[in-house]
Design a protein around this ligand. Structure first.
Ligand code: PMP
Length: 355
C-alpha cells in the first residue's frame, strides 16, 4: 500500500521562486538589494541568544507597535509568516471546497496555488489591455459561491495600481459577505497620490459598516526582511480573530519579530531607501521606453515587460549577461529595481536584445 495523498494535488504545480545563480545579479524576486541596516542586524544578533525559547506566538510587541503606527486596535491585526502565509490563512478562514476565490490573472503566483491547496475553486479574471486589474470583470466574476477576492495593489507582476475611487466603486459592488483582500506588498513604493493607503481606505469602509475589507502588508520588500518571513493583516475584529485561529502556532519566529520592530525604529531610513528605488524605477523605465520596449507605469519595485512569445529569449539573453530576471514564459518578464549598478547591467543586457 502507498500513502494516499490528495488526488486533486497531483497535477498542482508548486511555487517556482526566482533563481539565485552564483555570480549573477538577481533581479528576480522583488527583494531590496541593499542589505539589512546595521541596527537591525544588531537586534537580530542580540535576540539570537534566546532562541532556545519559543517566540511570543501572539507577537504582542510587534502587534502593539503596528497598531500605534496604523491607528488600529490590536484586535484588528494578525501577523503571519510572510504575507503569503496570510494569503493562505485568509483563504482557509473563508473557504471550503465548494467555495470560490476571485483574482486577476496575471497576478501574484501564489494565489492560484494557495486556493488549490485549500481545495477551493479559482476564478481568474484577465487583466485589461493596459496590464491592470479589470475590476468590472472581477465584480462580474463574483458568484454566490465566491468568498474572497484578491486585489493586488500595486499588482505583481505588472506594477500597475488602482486608484482610491476605483477600489471604492468595486467594494460597493461586492456582496458584504465576500472578503476583499487588498494585498499591499509593494505599498511603500507607490508615489501616485491617487493610489490609496489601503488601511485608511479600509478604516473608512469599516466606519461605514462594511467589515469585508482586509489589507495585507509585508516586511519582505521595503523593510528588507524577506529572509525572515514576517507580514501582517489589518482586518475587521471578526476576520482578524479567525486569522489568528488558523495561524500555525509560533510561525512568526523570534528573530523575525525583533527585526520587524527594529525596522520600524529605522523606518525613516528605510523609506529614504524606497525613494531612491522609486527614482531608479523612473530611470529604468525611461531607458527601456527609449530602447523601444513597452513598459507599463509601475508603482512597485519592479517593472513589467510584456514581451509575449519573446519572453523566453529575453530571459536567456539576460542570463547570458549574468542578470536573472523573472520570466513568465509566453507572457512577460518582471525585473526588480536594484542598486544603480545592477540596473545598469540589466539595461545593458536589455538594450542589446534583438529577439
Ligand atoms: N503578495 C504579493 C503581491 C507578493 O508579490 C508577495 C511576494 N512575492 C507576497 C504577497 C508575499 O510576500 P511575503 O510572504 O514575503 O511577505
Amino acid at each position: 500500500m502507498t500513502v494516499r495523498t490528495r488526488a486533486d494535488l497531483v497535477a498542482l504545480p508548486g511555487y517556482v521562486p526566482g533563481r539565485t545563480i552564483p555570480g549573477a545579479i538577481k533581479l528576480a524576486s522583488n527583494e531590496v538589494s541593499a542589505g539589512p541596516l546595521p541596527s537591525v542586524v544588531r537586534a537580530i544578533a542580540d535576540a539570537a541568544t534566546a532562541v532556545n525559547r519559543y517566540p511570543d506566538t501572539a507577537a504582542t510587541q510587534l502587534v502593539a507597535r503596528l497598531g500605534e503606527k496604523l491607528g488600529v486596535p490590536a484586535e484588528q491585526l494578525a501577523v503571519g509568516c510572510g504575507s503569503v502565509t496570510l494569503c493562505q490563512q485568509l483563504v482557509q478562514a473563508t473557504c471550503t471546497d465548494a467555495d470560490e476565490v476571485v483574482f486577476a490573472w496575471r497576478s501574484f503566483e501564489a494565489y492560484p496555488i494557495i486556493t488549490a491547496v485549500v481545495g477551493a475553486r479559482q476564478a481568474r479574471v484577465p487583466l485589461t489591455g493596459g496590464h491592470a486589474l479589470d475590476l468590472d470583470a472581477m465584480a462580474a466574476a463574483i458568484t454566490p459561491n465566491t468568498r474572497l477576492v484578491f486585489v493586488c495593489n500595486p499588482n505583481n507582476p505588472t506594477g500597475t495600481a488602482l486608484t482610491r475611487a476605483e477600489i471604492e466603486r468595486f467594494i460597493e459592488r461586492v456582496p458584504s459577505d465576500v472578503l476583499v483582500v487588498i494585498d499591499e506588498a509593494y505599498k511603500e513604493f507607490v508615489d501616485d497620490p491617487d493610489v490609496p493607503d489601503g488601511v485608511e481606505l479600509a478604516k473608512a469602509q469599516w466606519a461605514a459598516g462594511r467589515d469585508n475589507v482586509a489589507v495585507l502588508r509585508t516586511f519582505s520588500k521595503a523593510y528588507g526582511l524577506a529572509g525572515l518571513r514576517v507580514g501582517y493583516a489589518v482586518a475587521s475584529p471578526a476576520v482578524a480573530e479567525t486569522l489568528r485561529k488558523v495561524y500555525v502556532p509560533f510561525s512568526v519566529n523570534a528573530l523575525a519579530q525583533v527585526a520587524a520592530l527594529a525596522s520600524l525604529d529605522a523606518e525613516a531610513e528605510l523609506m529614504e531607501r524606497c525613494r531612491a528605488i522609486v527614482a531608479e524605477r523612473a530611470r529604468v523605465r525611461e531607458e527601456l521606453l527609449a530602447a523601444g520596449f513597452e513598459v507599463p507605469v509601475s508603482q512597485a519595485n519592479f517593472v513589467w515587460l510584456p514581451l509575449g512569445e519573446r519572453t523566453a529569449a529575453f530571459n536567456e539573453h539576460c542570463l547570458s549577461h549574468k542578470v536573472v530576471v523573472r520570466a513568465f514564459v509566453g507572457d512577460g518578464a518582471r525585473v526588480t529595481i536594484g542598486e544603480p549598478e545592477e540596473n545598469d547591467a540589466f539595461l545593458a543586457a536589455a538594450k542589446s536584445f534583438s529577439g
